[in-house]
Design a protein around this ligand. Structure first.
Ligand SMILES: [Zn+2]
Length: 348
């Protein structure tokens, strides 16, 4: 019987490593866990890629790093996530497929009912047993964002891991069954968001950052070593499922909502009260919904309709605004965030 994921406990064979990225994925065919053996002087580290099938940068970056065939003082685990979605159609075109769940929402659920959940369970069990020091989950955005890292714990080792990549941090407390959350109490885990996929600067950032991570000394766990900026208090904004919408263009009979074509230029920039998100037909109710981390509906706190325009009612910082209808449907439109005070640095 087929196993739900593929394993390479002794590293990727040379003939696979020499293949192009897509040819390699075709050989893998399913979620894959690779262990690149090191000298064992330090606790293992892990790099996770392609939990979303359209986010190619992490895979391309780690393959570039692995093709140098370096030996590290630790075992390196590499997860290649939703291979099936990444291969479908033109390639790297789908976050996940219609018959699948989002592969970054199925971790730590137990009692797996599907092949995808069995793969997640099996990989998670192996990562738990590995005694990891740290894990980095590499993603792309579907809209323009600066490079940033997501943290779900405020422990020094987690923050020190994040700032190896970038000092723009987003605190996430939305409990979404992600891989990083499944491990975050025992392991320093971060997600690193590398901008839009397919851009040379995204790949260059990811390669640089992974090399920094793999060359770094073990994480300090008793003090925060670098200053950082922190956004948090996330509220998830979705478009109501019955609402038809597009980015840019005129409001017509085809759609109920038109969003600004360049809505994503405000990512990580505070916008004032009155900021316009989009337009609706006269007589329409609010087409969006905002939800706090505890599930409370906070739509009316943040949004209002003024002369057919959907406006923000208080200053806020939009983050992760997408520019694709698919991402807005399958995940969300964006998050509202608030500046949080940075944690104190240890005296130098
Ligand atoms: Zn992602």
């Amino acid at each position: 019987m087929d196993t739900p994921y593929r394993r390479y406990p002794d590293g990727l064979p040379d003939d696979l490593l020499d293949l192009g990225d897509r040819a390699l994925l075709r050989v893998l065919g399913r979620p894959t866990l690779i262990r690149v053996p090191g000298t064992g002087e330090q606790a293992p580290r892990a790099v996770v890629t392609l939990l979303h099938g359209d986010e190619s940068t992490g895979l391309q970056a780690i393959l570039r790093v692995l093709r140098r065939r370096r030996r590290y003082p630790f075992d390196l685990y590499v997860v290649v996530g939703n291979v099936e979605a990444a291969l479908h159609g033109p390639g790297f075109a789908h976050r996940y497929l219609d018959h699948q769940e989002d592969f970054n929402r199925v971790w730590g659920l137990d009692a797996p009912t599907t092949a995808q959940r069995r793969a997640a369970d099996g990989i998670l069990a192996e990562l738990r047993a590995a005694g990891l020091e740290s894990l980095v989950d590499v993603h792309n955005n579907t809209g323009d964002n600066p490079f940033y890292a997501i943290v779900t714990r405020m422990r020094p080792q987690t923050l020190n891991l994040a700032t190896l990549f970038t000092s723009t941090l987003l605190r996430w407390d939305l409990a979404a069954c992600t891989l990083m959350e499944a491990l975050h109490d025992d392991v320093a885990t971060v997600a690193v968001e590398c901008g839009l996929p397919g851009r040379p600067e995204s790949l260059a950032f990811a390669v640089d950052a992974l090399r920094r991570y793999l060359g770094a000394a073990p994480l300090e766990n008793d003090r925060i070593v670098r200053d950082l900026d922190l956004l948090g208090g996330l509220r998830k904004v979705t478009i109501r499922p019955e609402v038809r919408f597009r980015f840019g263009g005129d409001l017509d009979d085809e759609v109920d909502l038109v969003l600004a074509a360049d809505a994503d230029v405000h990512n990580f920039v505070e916008v004032p009260a009155g900021h316009v998100l989009g337009r609706v037909h006269p007589g329409s109710a609010l087409p969006v919904r905002a939800c706090a981390a505890d599930g409370r509906d906070v739509t009316d706190h943040h949004f209002a309709l003024v002369d057919g325009e959907v406006v923000l009612t208080r200053p806020t910082t939009p983050v992760m605004m997408t520019r694709t209808v698919e991402a807005a449907r399958k995940d969300c439109l964006f998050y509202l965030a608030t500046d949080l005070p940075p944690p104190p640095l240890a005296a130098a």
